[in-house]
Structure formats: C-alpha cells, structure tokens
Ligand binder design. Structure first.
Ligand SMILES: Cc1cc2nc3c(=O)[nH]c(=O)nc-3n(C[C@H](O)[C@H](O)[C@H](O)COP(=O)(O)O)c2cc1C
Length: 371
C-alpha cells in the first residue's frame, strides 16, 4: 500500500467533527433498495465495504416525499417505516470508520411517474423538462404555496428520521436539476409569487430548506450533526442558472453556516464556466470566493490519487470520489485505480446485481463494463 499523506490526513469540520481522511464517497444511487424502497442487505454490504476507504460516505439520493423519487429502487426517507433499514445502513457506514451522511432529495420535474401513486410530478413551475438518461421528458405541475411549505417540512422530517437512524449528517441535494435547483433556476422557476422572479425570491426555497433542516438538527441532534449542500453551478439553457446566481447561493449558504459545500462537476480539476466568460477552473474560482469560510468538496472524474492530490492543491478541502470507489472499494490497496466493472467479479466487490444492471442499461457513465 502506497502512502498518500495529503489524502490520508485527517480533516476537521467547522463544528469540530474529525474525518479520518480527505476522501468522501460521492452520493450514488444504487437502484438496489427493496421494492418498498427500504434499505436492502445488498446496499448495507456495498456501503459498508467502502466506508473503510473514506472519511465520509454520502448515500445515494433518498426521496423526502413519495412524489420526489428520482430513481428506480431508490432509498425512501419520507415515512417512519424507513427508519429500521436506515439504521442498519448508518451502522454499517460508521462501523467502517466513516461519517454517515444521507443525501436528501426531491426529484421535482425529474421524478419518475411510474413510482408515484397518482403520477403527480411537481416542480416550481410547469416548464417542460427535457428527457434525461434517467427521467422522461415531462411537464410538471406547479406546487401550490401550501405544498411548497409541506415539501420544506418534509426535508425537516427526513432529517429527524436520519438522526433517529444514527446518521452523522444529511446532504441537501441542491444539484442536477432536481427540485431545489428548479426553484433557483430562472428558466425552470417562472413563478410570480414570493418563490420566483428575483434572485432573492428564487433563493427562498433553498434557504427555507436549510433553515428547516437546521432547526430540526438543533432540536434532535447535537452540534456534531453535519449539514452539507450539493451544488450544480450552471445550467445549459440560454436563460438558465448562471454563476452569479450560484455564487450568491454560496454566500447565503456560508451565512447559514452549513457544514460543507459540495460542487458536482464533470471534471473536478478542469471544469470551468461555459457562459460567464471566466474560464478559470471552478474549484480555483470558488475556493477563492469561499476563502476557507466553509469546507469545499468537489466530485468529477477523480479516478487517480495524483489527480485527487492536484484537486486538493487547487483549492479543495476534501475530494469526492464516485465511480473509482464503486470499482475499488478498498481504495488505498491499489496503486492504480481501475474503472472496470466485470460482471463475473461484482460479488467480490459487493456491487449489487441490480446496480450493475442499471449501470449497463443507462450507459451514461465512465465505467468500463466487461463480462
Ligand atoms: C451510478 C451513479 C449514481 C449516481 N447517483 C447520484 C445521486 O444519487 N446523487 C448525486 O448527487 N449524484 C449522483 N451521481 C453523481 C456522482 O455523485 C458524481 O458526482 C459523479 O459520478 C462524478 O464523480 P466520479 O467521476 O468520481 O464518478 C451518481 C453517479 C453515478 C456514477
């Protein structure tokens, strides 16, 4: 085993929580929860095996309302019946020495109607959402004022369940064009009430979710509870989310004292803005803005130790690793990380069979799939 002193150093969050190293397992859905969306044994083994390698493990997205489901066989967290399974999951992650974080999401205009009892897909506004690798093209129904307040409460209720299950924290999924980002987006949010229009209004939903989650954490957990926030920095639409919007979001999140900011990037080291005219890599740009006020994490094609170290040198505090950790659960036992998933070997690396099948079906990742 080679030593990577920078990656293997501990890291202390602003609330004093110490992570055993600077590797974070990026949130990745497993498509492997039981049919009733409770945690499966395969998921417990999969996450448990990777918790040895990472200081913090973030679960794949879990939906905070029944109609917020973004993936088939996705973790549910919208009712108390999920708590026993979630307890097993948090226990397995913590047994590996990692902090256990559950990603909380509402899929908004990318929710999958076939898994929603009344097929009622909702978002900020009835703006058509294009087809993605995971969701059909569809036009959501706009949430009413009352329903918006219910969704915010659902993030709080999910946080309470995460605490009851023994998780060390939650991550608000504010990225990938799901509901929280739908509200922030000048394209997907066409509301004319207090939840839309000006940037201040478009930020209101995200801020209300953060406030609700913080309030629940203050009531049911202690100061060590971690509250992270995942961000997509820009949208491709001509009138979509821009860097100025997300830089303002970042200021607001720092003011709210979230525990970390987590950028979701195509390539953590090289990705840069496509429409602001500034082509400085995002992690350098954002780390200058953040100026150590809050820990900064990014994910994206970090599949070698050298590149992870470069990302740290370029401004990240922690590196989030996705596919490389799926394929190499015992990360530090490898000199070279591989992105090969072999059908004949998935049992030995505890990749659930349904996850492998979904990865094959979706075909949108950088894994190399072999028989
Ligand atoms: C199989 C798979 C599932 C994913 N599911 C989620 C998810 O549930 N939530 C999320 O925020 N990102 C999700 N992502 C994105 C990852 O968190 C990460 O940002 C992306 O894979 C880039 O990192 P990588 O190149 O190290 O894999 C997923 C990625 C993969 C490969």
């Amino acid at each position: 085993m080679k030593n990577y002193p920078k990656l293997q150093q501990t890291f202390t969050l602003n609330n004093g929580v110490v992570l055993k190293n600077k590797i974070v397992m990026a949130p990745m859905t497993t498509w492997s929860s039981n049919e009733d969306q409770t945690v499966s044994n395969a998921e417990v083994s999969y996450y448990g095996a990777r918790a040895n390698s990472a200081g913090m493990v973030i679960t794949g997205s879990s939906h905070v309302q029944e109609n917020g489901v973004g993936f088939a066989n996705e973790l549910g967290v919208y009712a108390d019946r999920f708590i026993p399974g979630l307890t097993k999951l948090a226990t397995a992650i913590k047994a590996g020495g990692a902090k256990a974080i559950i990603q909380l999401n509402h899929a908004g205009d990318k929710a999958l109607p076939q898994f929603i009892s009344d097929k009622d897909v909702v978002s900020a506004s009835p703006v058509p959402a294009p087809e993605t690798a995971f969701a059909p093209a569809q036009t959501p129904r706009a949430l009413t004022e009352y329903e918006i307040l219910q969704v915010i409460k659902s993030f709080g209720a999910a946080t309470k369940r995460a605490i009851q299950a023994g998780f060390d924290g939650i991550e608000i999924h504010g990225a990938h064009g799901f509901l929280v980002q739908n509200f922030l987006s000048p394209h997907y949010n066409q509301r004319t009430d207090r939840w839309g229009g000006s940037l201040e209004n478009r930020l209101r939903f995200a801020m209300a979710v953060v406030d609700e989650v913080k309030q629940v954490a203050a009531e049911y957990a202690d100061d060590s509870f971690i509250i992270g926030y995942r961000i997509t920095l820009e949208e491709p639409e001509a009138d979509g989310l821009r860097l100025v919007d997300t830089q303002s979001l970042i200021e607001h999140l720092i003011e709210k004292q979230v525990s970390y900011l987590h950028l979701s990037l195509g390539d953590a080291v090289t990705s840069h803005s496509h429409n602001s005219g500034n082509d400085e890599p995002f992690i350098q740009l954002i780390s200058k803005q953040v100026a150590q006020r809050v820990p900064l994490i990014a994910a994206g094609a970090l599949a070698s130790f050298e590149k992870m170290e470069t990302a740290l040198a370029d401004g990240l505090d922690l590196v989030a690793v996705g596919q490389a950790l799926v394929a190499n659960p015992d990360l530090f036992n490898h000199e070279q990380l591989s992105l090969t998933l072999a059908a004949s070997k998935i049992d030995s690396i505890t990749v659930p069979k349904t996850m492998f099948a979904a990865i094959k079906r979706v075909g949108a990742f950088t894994f190399k799939l072999v028989d």
